[in-house]
Design a binder for this molecule. Structure first.
Ligand code: ATP
Length: 613
């Protein structure tokens, strides 16, 4: 594991995001709101309107409160009283309070709905984007951290929307309250500003440190998630119990999470202590203002109603401003998360400029590997070392070789998941990079060694080979018949509609070989030009394997195909066999030719044949 996390909080300071980065991230907010606006314009307008009303209500309610008190004092001083005006004010205040409650509920409702919709939209964007990105990038750890931040911060982004809208609402509220104060006592504003500045600075400092810490720990948090998954999961439970791994997993989890907890704790304690200190300053200035207002009432400069209005306004303003500033730093902090998301969305996926050719309708000559070398992006070691061979149109070729020889890697290059480090691969004499990638990849039907076991229904699992035919029951059943999956399906309670796996209720787990039969059916769903089966029958019993393979050969007579297998009874049926050793082509030819060669193939074949005697 690459150890990139800071050892202590002091270390983590080195990795801090500076103030400029923090504020630069705010420039993403307009783009963010454009996305929200596009998600649901009506809801957006509705929430904005409700917030505008909510912003104006506090000052109106305070003003009506002032009118009530002044009216009471006025009525008390009269000999003949008339309470009509008073009750009208009380009624008005009651109405305003009800309206205020209604509006605040409407705000959280519209925010919540809009947030949910935005959440759906960004999740879809992330899934789509991930799909467009090169496989080589998907295997890169740093990229994964980025993906992780983009994926897990959806709630943060929704919070950001509420915070920014709330901020605009607060700004309007503050402006109206300030206007009220200015009319009566402009000096109070100075006190107000003095009380707010220290906590603002405090907030900015700490929220930045918090983000920095969380960010520098992305890969560790990923590991924590992984450990949580390993420790409490039906798939790993057997091994964890049997190998007595609980303490190992728990300790590893505890060590890592406690380290993070300690760093976080230090920060949180410091933030709370200083926050308290600055709030005391705020309260001091509030009481200073209060004393000042009382003095003004006693000297007859303002009425008692005005006292309640002013002290109420001051108190509210102070809270609003404090909230405004702390929210402002939270917004700057969340905007950094926004940056992660847009960075991810903006990863360039532009097609290669030389991808200008459409694929031929059918393969005429075949594929040719010319002196192909390859190493994986994050490693120096050459996995393929000067590969030369041709795969003729309509030919069935088997790749054979020991574990790690490079068989799967060879197919990954053919599928253009990776590009050769040097050398080239040709299709009908033209470099495969010249063809449009999506068209090119659609040419292939592939069942990988590590095919994914989708915990969907059997029907969906088979239709994955050609998802547009999900409703073509006949084709699905036919594919299942050919791959022997139909025998598996007939024993399932819900037949083709049986959900597989144990994750969901009514799910049914399959054996390794049964899963393989289901996955194999995918290959028959697509009318692909080239079929690649990477160890498709490794978990099948000998009888099933020979039956499956016999059918495959019969049905794909005119198709070009590659089969990777360690079973020589399967391999020998191929037209030609390519033997890889340590990233090089050791030998290539028909079964008979290779048996006469007396090199690796004949040796391994005889070894396996002996095992069956
Ligand atoms: N994504 C990857 N990044 C770095 N190295 C990789 C990656 N995938 C495979 N390798 C390495 O490349 C080598 C060849 O792997 P490959 O999967 O092609 O072997 P294989 O011949 O298919 O083996 P097996 O018979 O075990 O399936 C191995 O040494 C492996 O460790």
């Amino acid at each position: 594991m690459v150890n990139r996390r800071p050892k202590s909080f002091k270390d983590s300071k080195r990795k801090q995001v500076d103030l400029k980065t923090s504020f630069n991230a705010l420039f993403y907010i307009p783009r963010f709101f454009k996305e929200i606006w596009n998600v649901n314009k009506t809801l957006f307008l509705l929430t904005a309107f409700c917030r505008l009303i909510a912003a104006l209500l506090p000052v109106i309610i305070l003003w009506v409160g002032k009118l009530i008190i002044d009216e009471i004092i006025y009525q008390v001083s009269l000999e003949v009283t008339d309470y009509t005006q008073l009750w009208t004010y009380v009624g008005l205040e009651f109405g305003l309070v009800i309206l205020s409650d209604l509006i605040s509920r409407a705000v959280s409702l519209t925010d919540g709905l809009l947030g949910d919709q935005y959440n759906i939209a960004t999740s879809v964007t992330i899934i789509r984007k991930t799909n467009q990105i090169n496989i080589s990038l998907l295997e890169d750890a740093e990229f994964y951290d980025k993906l992780e931040r983009a994926r897990t911060q959806t709630t943060g982004r929704v919070g950001l929307m509420s915070n920014v809208l709330g901020q605009l609402q607060s700004a309007i509220s503050i402006a109206t309250l300030v206007a009220g104060l200015v009319i009566f006592d402009p000096y109070l504003i100075i006190l107000l500003v003095l009380s707010i500045i220290p906590s603002f600075i405090n907030e900015i400092r700490f929220s930045q440190q918090q983000y920095s810490l969380a960010r520098s720990w992305t890969s560790e948090r990923r590991e924590l998630d992984y450990l949580r998954f390993i420790g409490a999961n039906d798939k790993t439970a057997k091994e964890i119990k049997l190998f007595n791994l609980t303490d190992f997993v728990v300790n590893r989890f505890k060590n890592l999470s406690e380290e993070y907890f300690e760093l976080n704790k230090k920060l949180a304690v410091k933030r709370s202590a200083l926050g308290f200190l600055f709030n005391v300053l705020g309260s001091l200035s509030y009481y200073g203002a209060y004393v000042f207002i009382i003095y003004r009432v006693l000297s007859g400069a303002i009425t008692l109603g005005e006292l309640t209005f002013l002290s109420g306004s001051f108190n509210r303003l102070m809270k609003n401003l404090q909230e405004f500033f702390s929210k402002f730093t939270r917004i700057a902090e969340s905007a950094l998360y926004l940056k992660d998301y847009f960075d991810f969305v903006d990863i360039s996926v532009k097609p290669e400029t030389n991808e200008d050719l459409s694929l031929p309708k059918e393969i005429k000559q075949g594929f040719e590997f010319k002196d192909v070398y390859f190493h994986y992006p994050e490693s120096e070691k050459d996995i393929l070392k000067g590969i030369n061979f041709t795969l003729k149109a309509g030919e069935k070729m088997a790749f054979v070789g020991q574990n790690g020889a490079g068989k799967t890697t060879l197919t990954k290059l053919l599928l253009r998941f990776y590009e050769p480090t040097s050398g080239e691969i040709l299709l009908d004499g033209i470099n495969i990079n010249r063809y449009k990638k999506s068209e090119y990849q659609a040419f292939f039907g592939v069942i990988f060694q590590d095919f994914f076991k989708y915990e969907f229904t059997v029907k969906e699992n088979i239709a994955i080979g050609s998802i547009t035919e999900l409703e073509n029951q006949l084709k699905i059943e036919n594919a299942a018949e050919l791959s022997l999956a139909s025998g598996v399906v007939s024993e399932l309670k819900y037949g083709y509609n049986q959900r597989l796996g144990k994750r969901f209720s009514n799910g049914q787990e399959l054996s390794g070989g049964q899963w393989q039969k289901v996955a194999l059916a995918r290959a028959y769903m697509k009318d692909a030009e080239v079929i690649i089966l990477d160890e498709p029958t490794s978990a099948l019993d000998a009888k099933a394997e020979s039956e499956v393979f016999g059918r495959f050969i019969g049905l794909t007579e005119s198709k070009t195909s590659i089969i990777i297998s360690h079973r020589f009874s399967t391999v020998r049926q191929a037209d030609r066999i390519l033997v890889l050793q340590d990233g090089k082509v050791l030998e290539i030819g028909t079964h008979e030719e290779l048996m006469q060669n007396k090199t690796l193939y004949s040796e391994l074949f005889s070894l396996q044949a002996e095992g069956y005697q």
